[in-house]
Design a protein around this ligand. Structure first.
Ligand code: 16G
Ligand code: MG
Length: 548
């Protein structure tokens, strides 16, 4: 494309998506995320970048998802999806940030510079899939994304309202048709179809109850489960709450993030004692379970629990299939409950890797195993299976002894239920339901696998959260000087005490995590560490108080 045709990049910007804010914005853990009214020019520019990225990838399809996940309604965001359905390559985050922040007058020249820097052949075709969540600001932003794609003569395809993982899945399928059909229907056929298949083969029911309550966070995930519900027959009876009607507000006092962080039941769900509830986040990529007992006490089954459940079932099937040479491993972050890590290594005897927060880090580490199970405690995660593992399992499913074959066939269905591109609340829900059913487990019996250490998360506002640096998968703090020593001193007196601090990638705060043998201790330790952060890292506003 000759440089003169970049004029249209400026024309679109000036006429339709001018930069109206000088607030610096950064491509963070999950793309750009901020107040929706600050984002239109950013999303338009990401449309441009998606086209350039597609051309660098020889015309393979790139995804753009308009969402701010579990944030409240006024926020929105955008993230790019690479050709295999994974997060945008990290080295491009800086390019994305640069393009988002230049003035409209410099946009044309910066675009030209980037094209040159990444060596994009602008004569190639380019394809971009665009999806959005249910926010009222999303359609306008999706239109800006499409304009960005058109401005550089790429071809946008709009998927309308889809979950984030559905868009990842469609991008992957478009670039690799062995993975499935790149449509919402194709997604249902593969994932829900495999779930129905496996359910017909499972005979153990025990304490398993086919009724599942769902908290849809008033977002897109619940809406999609409402479509799926009709095709499930008697295999699973979904009772859906927080579907976005009746004045329910997106993620407000509901959804996976609310449940996990506040350890409280969401509003809008009619609870019954011991009834298991699956709670999704606003864009359908996180899942946690919980139940209330007969005294309304909250019992949370978070990402760590899901990871251990899935890993132990996969291990069982791999063993039963007598597949040789398949190395299974689990990836967690510092937020994983210490009790879960101990259970995985000592009881399941599965190796564990700990990495920095953010799906891209977990996904990357999971790739080093033949079967990698990765989950953040907040409920974002999935399983990925190497080509080698799939090949071995397929062979046994065809040629093995009857018992081995049976296990390998179950494993193949399990693989098909999994959205390997990214953590997916819907796919994970069907995986969990499969294991609970296969093992005849109620939620209460699932919880018995191990006892979580009580924990607490707090946030502290400081002048500059980037004054906090960390190392060792965020478990140690290297700046400001002296803070880690202070944390060590504070942790020392507590039995099973552990605490770490890290700057958030999505909010202007420092996050504090603490766990200990009792809730009282965990709360106190978290507050003490929060005070240390406030004092040593330039706290702003009220100093955190200790629990009374
Ligand atoms: C984003 C990340 C999530 C992480 C969270 C941490 C993706 C797709 N999402 O939501 O994995 O747990 O940020 O947020 O990577 P924080 O940095 O604000 O604690
Ligand atoms: Mg999300």
């Amino acid at each position: 494309m000759p440089p003169s045709s970049l004029r249209v990049v400026y024309a679109f910007a000036r006429e339709m998506h001018p930069k109206t804010s000088d607030v610096f914005i950064e491509y963070g853990t999950a793309g750009f995320r901020t107040k929706a009214n600050l984002l239109e020019h950013v999303v338009y520019r990401m449309g441009l970048l998606a086209v350039i990225r597609s051309r660098v990838k020889n015309g393979r399809t790139i995804g753009m998802m308009i969402t701010a996940s579990h944030n409240l309604e006024p926020d929105n965001g955008v993230k790019l999806v690479d050709p295999d359905g994974e997060m945008l390559e990290q080295s491009w985050e800086e390019i994305a940030t640069r393009l988002a922040n230049v003035s409209d007058n410099d946009l044309e020249s910066t675009t030209a510079e980037i094209i040159k820097q990444v060596n994009a052949d602008m004569s190639l075709k380019a394809s971009v899939f665009i999806g959005m969540d249910t926010r009222y600001t999303s359609p306008r932003l999706a239109a800006a994304a499409a304009n960005g794609v058109i401005a550089l003569k790429g071809t946008p395809k709009e998927f309308g309202i889809v979950t984030t993982p559905m868009l990842h899945y469609c991008v992957k399928c478009r670039n690799d048709n062995t993975y499935g059909t790149p449509t919402e229907e194709g997604y249902y056929e593969k994932i829900v179809g495999a779930f129905k298949n496996i359910r017909q083969k499972l005979s153990v029911w025990g304490d398993y109850d086919t009724t599942l309550y769902v908290d849809g966070a008033n977002g897109v995930g619940g809406k999609k489960l409402n479509i799926i519900k009709k095709s499930l027959g008697g295999e699973l009876d979904l009772k859906l709450y927080n579907l976005g009607g009746n004045g329910g507000k997106l993620n407000l006092n509901c959804g996976a993030d609310f449940v996990k962080v506040s350890q409280k039941a969401p509003v809008g769900v009619e609870h019954a004692p011991f009834q298991r509830v699956a709670s999704l986040d606003g864009d359908g990529d996180r899942l946690v379970y919980y139940y209330l007992n007969d005294t309304d006490k909250m019992n949370l089954l978070d990402g760590d629990r899901i990871a251990t459940l899935l890993a132990s079932y996969i291990t069982e099937l791999v063993t039963a299939s007598e597949a040789q040479d398949i190395r299974l491993g689990l990836v967690q972050t510092a937020y994983a409950n210490g009790a879960s890590t101990a259970y995985i290594t000592k009881h399941l005897k599965v190796p564990v890797t700990c990495v920095k927060t953010g799906v891209k880090h977990l996904h990357h580490a999971a790739l080093s195993y033949d079967i990698g199970v990765y989950f953040e405690a907040n409920g974002h995660g999935t399983v990925i299976y190497s080509d080698k593992a799939k090949k071995i399992i397929r062979k046994i499913a065809q040629e093995g002894e009857p018992e081995q074959r049976k296990a390998a066939q179950l494993l193949l269905d399990f693989v098909d239920i999994t959205n390997e591109t990214v953590g997916d609340a819907i796919s994970d829900l069907f995986l969990v339901e499969t294991v609970l059913c296969a093992r005849g487990l109620s939620a209460a019996r699932w919880l018995k696998a191990y006892d979580d250490l009580p924990c607490r998360q707090l946030k502290v506002t400081v002048k500059d959260r980037n004054a906090i640096s960390t190392t060792d998968a965020e478990r140690q703090c290297t700046a400001p000087e002296g803070l880690q020593t202070r944390i060590n001193e504070l942790v020392a007196p507590y039995k099973h005490g552990r605490s770490f601090v890290r700057p958030s990638g999505t909010e202007d705060v420092v996050r504090v995590y603490a766990e200990a043998d009792t809730q009282e201790s965990a709360d106190k330790l978290a507050a003490e560490v929060a005070q240390a952060v406030f004092d040593q890292a330039g706290g702003v506003g009220d100093r955190p108080t200790l629990p009374v």
